[in-house]
Design a protein around this ligand. Sequence first.
Ligand code: TEU
Ligand code: CA
Length: 561
Amino acid sequence: MGCNMRKCWWHGKIAYQIYPKSFADSNGDGIGDLRGIISKLDYLKDLGVDILWLSPIFASPFIDNGYDIADYRNIAPVFGSMDDFDELVEQARKRGLKIILDLVVNHCSSENAMFKKALKDPFGKEASYFYFVKGKDGRAPDNLRSYFGGSVWEKVEGYDDLYYLHYFAREQPDFNWNNKELREKVYEMVNWWLDKGVSGFRIDAIMNIVKDTSFPGLPPDNNNDGMCAANKMTAKLSFKAKEYLKELRDRTFLGHDAFTVGEAFGLNDSILPDYLGDDGCFGSIFDFTAREVFEKEPGYYAYPEVDIAFYRDSNFSMQEKANTLGFVAPIIENHDEPRAISLYLKPSQQNKHGAKALATAFMFLRGIPFIYEGQELGMTNTRFDSIDEFNDLSAFEEYRKCKEHGLGDEEALKVLNLHSRDHGRTPMLWDNSVNAGFSQAKPWLKIHQDYETLNVKAELADPDSTLNYYRKLTRLRKDPRYVECFTYGVFRAGDTSDREIVCYNRHSDAMDIMIFVNFSDSERKIQLPEDAQLLISSEKAELITGTLTVQPCSAVVVRIR
Ligand code: TEU
Ligand code: CA
């Protein structure tokens, strides 16, 4: 599976994440759907991406927007039918695009038939697919806190002292991966989708499958509730996950030559090779280094401010580790994060210049870059005017925490306007017509305030737009002259002493390519070999006999050997 030495079809490819609820609505119910995605395949092809990751499209009560799956082999009716799905795969195939799905198997939905049976008979067969556990001393089995707040344990109705385990919402019961039958069911389901023609999976929250079944708990963390975040336990036990994940790989992905990318938080360096190496569990894993600083905080209200140097240093550290191991998946944002422009760039750069500079810094890192829907337009955070405008369950929990922490309404709203996951989930902006061309009906989530100018149609028409710049970047990354270097070339960090410069090289036997991004407010001059070749620049850049002048808030990519 690991593909550092061995060549794999997905090397050198660019991926794009679609959040189906928010991409394109074909039937006017305010919610994106599969036929909407089909109608935009030409757009995606033209953008220059190759692999499309769809966030969950399966039958679900949508407590966590589809990450709570009731039926793994059916499409959520709100997204369409299985025929629509088959057509999507076929239409994608015709255009040389690959579809990968979201594999959510740490947990399912409490509406899943197996869990419903388990609840009816908490000592029966189905219950053994989950964790039904007796309390300790009249309390829950341990003191872990779920990702969305409150205990990871929920009392089973009708029993005094029996609980089931859920690391996420109480409507998302965790599967028991120690149960062989359960694992077999998962593999069968995965193979069923692969046989249908999907090209792989993004694998959700997967490190959480390891559990210490003595449920010892952990010392309370910094929340003053006597609990400890479940992710601490996951990180502590992560060395054990490979046992099951290699089995998953061997039984499913390997035989289908699938591309897999793991949502693997909290991997320490010593186990990275288990994931990225030639014998790794997955083809790739997302680089979440830049999220770690947030994950350890008790809530959004305590999140530190971050800047471009922080994003740079986070990426560089993973790039250096991955060089010799395999391919990480660099991102600047996803459906769990605010928009990167709003997060990392100073206010004066939260515009198309900043968007292009950031795009360049990200696009040439070593690995499989994942562009998140709307990123290519330069979308910033959406302005939410009241708590009622949010949708994500964690927005409400975080709001509550802000209040508990003593913040007023307005301050709490400000915090959510910085960090809510909903920023990544507002509808895609297609044109300047009603609802940004996303839907004829009122969309399920607010439309971004700048949609009249920030939209696909307007940006396609403007040669200087962020979108057209992304199209150039994808073409450059896959240009036959440079693709070998951008794919396999070693990553080499440049000087990091200036917090406003992101500079790195990609080095192969045949060439060296330098990426230089100037996030400062002043022009920079760099000395290069006389035969240096400017491959792209986000603003006007002058290269005169080896001296390159780089404008403020702009990027250049230069072949220097
Ligand atoms: O995310 C897993 C995960 O660890 C996140 O909860 C992350 O810590 C959080 O979003 C940071 O704010 C995955 C999915 O990407 C997410 O959308 C789901 O809510 C979650 O799994 C549960 O399935
Ligand atoms: Ca729809």
